[in-house]
Ligand binder design. Sequence first.
Ligand code: TYD
Length: 205
Amino acid sequence: MEKGKFIVFEGLDGSGKGTQINLLVEEMKKRGRRVYQTAEPTESSTGGMIRDALAGFVKRDEYELSALFLADRIFHNVNPKNGIAQFLERGIDVVCDRYYYSSFAYQGIDADLDWVMGLNLGCKEIIRPDLCIFLDVDIDSCDERIEKNRFSREIYENKETQRMVRNRFFEVFKKLKDSENIKIVNAAREIQEVFSDIVKIYETI
Ligand code: TYD
């Protein structure tokens, strides 16, 4: 049986990933694909520890956070009930909101980037996506969306950090350009315009 396709969306907080993921998943289903939609951090117990740290309830070192995201990601891949690996094996596509690129861009600022990359890319349980779509939106627009849509801000949701994260994403994409299929989409446009570019990219895989 043909394996499912594994598609990851990345972008800054407030870049509109959720909207575009929902649109793409609907489109894939319309075309007869079976699709599992998922996100990181997951709903696992490790995911819960991560969310407490993101909310600022518990202070955690960035190396510690990198390890928590890694553990959560391994669980996300291998768990037999709703793990990514078993869906792909069964021919079901997986569309995921954030993946290891976020660990590189966010934790790779205060923790050593090569260390974070080595942990993730060197782990055989962590599956490499067939496609990563990065929704690129300028920092000011993201910040406006965060301001409008959130009751409170998480630890990374400030302009200074987002600027560093965005630069890190581009640095990481350069490093990975020969080994991964990463596409950058200008997402500071109308929803339908952005979506039509995403569909064209999707059709390449
Ligand atoms: P986000 O997609 O913003 O979820 P929500 O819309 O529910 O807030 O992701 C949560 C945060 O987690 C985001 O600020 C990025 C961060 N993150 C990392 O720092 N490292 C990672 O490896 C992942 C997957 C996410």
